[in-house]
Design a protein around this ligand. Structure first.
Ligand code: GLN
Length: 534
């Protein structure tokens, strides 16, 4: 039997994908949190991959990693950055994982000769995951974002599961928010609401009546349009909330929703009393963003430069560190495959080499790091950024000609980055890396220990290769400092730095995943601080 104290809000898309459902969920979560309400956000992804881990950043944007090592959709990054929460694998699942689980049960004989069907077997499994996560984490409200758009074939079982949860838990405990967009027709730029009417009609044909509509628009929504949408969709007029394009930063979105009293309206609608009236810290942070006077260029040397979301956590971490320093960060994307990377770095006050997989662009990254080291430009390396920094140092400072990672050259004479023996037998590429949060002990007196303000650190990982322990001595002898090793295995180098350089720090981890809008990350703070001193 459903427990009556469980409350659910489903956030669904309409018309097109990519209209900001993730930011909407993150915004609603942060608004409700600021009223003293605990919220568990979940992203349910209708695609058939088992998780986001094997998806190409070109196509799908960044893979976000949680503390417990889940490789998830980048929307979890929005949720964490907006809310300060550290989510777990319970907050993201895909159709692929649901179907795989149902098929495992079928093979095990759990269904005893019955026919396995989308309804009830697949829908039951979707419901089970949502309800179990909510029971386990015990939030006041669970918010579930269903990926894609109403009408997608893969999304059907998810909508059906949501409809059933509404039936089981009652309309007082389950609410629906649909995110839609106003259409502007060419060439008059006149706004049209028809696509919204049709999209809501499609959702209603699945047995779901939205309680709120978030209407994405580039101009304020007119009263006329609001009335018309309300008439055609039966959504009360004051529940039709404009989601206007933000002028400066996505973090303005919650403030816009706050102006429309979305937090009060949702809480009234779902029957939860707010515990406090608050949103002060957020407003201050947005004021700081709007009053930033300084401006610097940071070069991001990567290879997924065409997809705007491929490095989203890195970009957000730079942005948040910039706010703390009162500086607007202009990120200059440098394609690591370009032949003259050095020339392109001339205006950069800091150089960042992010994570990545595969050989393409590696030599350009190494050239950028050499430039940063020799020209004393602040450098921050993340994951592959650490590995390429070690390769560069080995080749150019330790005289190890042809040094490389075995990921890029299996026959290198100096495999300074390599797969450790116990990893060598791994055959599957999905979910087999050093993943999730690892503890590190930073070496006393190093820049890394100083930046974190402590020696005990935990950061999230996602990689297969490591600095080869056979070369530690040679690298150290030539001046590279290993400023932190994994606590559980002293062979695993997690931080390096170069003394005598204004800022040359790299980590095998992905600290960008732990930076928050209101809580910038110490490594990024240090990096931007050093860049501003240039
Ligand atoms: N390709 C490297 C590895 O697997 C680095 C991975 C990364 O940057 N996330 O070790």
């Amino acid at each position: 039997m459903p427990k009556q104290n469980q409350k659910f809000i489903f956030v669904l898309g309409g018309i097109v994908s990519g209209i900001g459902k993730g930011v909407t969920v993150a915004s609603i979560t942060s608004l409700l949190q600021s009223r003293g309400i605990s919220v568990l956000p979940i992203k349910a992804d209708p695609y058939l991959n088992k998780d986001a881990g094997t998806m190409n950043p070109y196509q799908h944007g960044e893979v976000f990693v949680t503390d417990d090592g889940a490789e998830t959709d980048l929307d979890l990054g929005h949720y964490e950055r907006f809310t300060g929460l550290s989510l777990t694998r319970d907050s993201n699942f895909t159709s692929g994982s649901v179907y795989a689980h149902v098929m495992d049960l079928e093979r095990r004989g759990d269904f005893l000769g019955r026919t396995i069907q989308v309804i009830p077997h697949v829908t039951d499994e979707i419901k089970r995951r949502i309800i179990t996560a909510s029971r386990k984490h015990k939030p006041d409200i669970t918010i579930i974002e269903i990926g894609g758009t109403v009408g997608d074939i893969e999304g059907e079982p998810f909508l059906e599961a949501a409809r059933q949860i509404h039936r089981d838990y009652g309309s007082e405990n389950v609410k629906f928010v649909q995110v839609v967009k106003i259409d502007y027709i060419f060439p008059s730029d006149e706004s049209k609401t028809k696509p919204i009417q049709q999209s809501v009609a499609l959702l209603r044909s699945k047995g779901i009546q939205p309680n709120f509509l978030i209407v994405r628009c580039k101009r304020p929504l007119s009263k006329d349009n609001q009335e018309k949408i309300s008439l055609f969709t039966s959504v009360p007029q004051n529940h039709i909330i404009q989601g206007i394009d933000v002028a400066t930063t996505v973090y303005e979105a919650p403030l816009n929703f706050k102006k429309a009293r979305l937090d009060d309206l949702i809480l009234e609608e779902i029957g939860v009393r707010p515990k406090k009236p608050d949103f002060v810290e957020w407003r201050h942070a947005i004021q700081r963003v709007k009053s930033m006077r300084k401006h610097i260029k940071i070069a991001l040397v990567g290879k997924y430069t065409e997809h705007s979301d491929a490095y989203i956590s890195v970009e957000e971490a730079l942005f948040s560190a910039g706010i703390a320093h009162g500086a607007k960060i202009e990120i200059v994307h440098i394609d690591a495959e370009n032949d003259n990377v050095g020339d392109m770095l001339k205006d950069a006050r800091g150089i960042l080499v992010p994570g990545g997989f595969g050989k393409r662009g590696v030599e350009g990254k190494i050239a950028a790091i050499q430039y940063a080291r020799e020209h004393k430009i602040p450098f921050l390396g993340l994951c592959l950024g650490l590995q390429t920094a070690v390769i560069e140092f080995a080749r150019n400072k330790c005289g190890l000609k042809g040094a490389n990672s075995t990921e890029f050259d299996v026959k290198t004479p100096h495999p300074v980055v390599d797969i450790l023996a116990e990893q060598k037998d791994v055959k599957n590429l999905g979910g087999t890396m050093r993943l999730g949060s690892w503890k590190v002990r930073a070496k006393k007196g190093t820049l890394v220990a100083k930046l974190y303000g402590k020696q005990e650190i935990a950061e999230r990982h996602r990689h297969r290769y490591e600095v080869n322990p056979k070369y530690h001595a040679a690298l150290e002898k030539n001046g590279l400092v290993f400023s932190g090793f994994a606590k559980s295995d002293a062979r695993l180098v997690d931080f390096i730095e170069l003394p005598g350089h204004p800022f040359f720090v790299a980590t095998q981890a992905h600290p960008e995943f732990k930076s928050r809008f209101l809580e910038p990350h110490p490594l990024f703070l240090g990096f931007i601080g050093a860049a501003l001193k240039q």
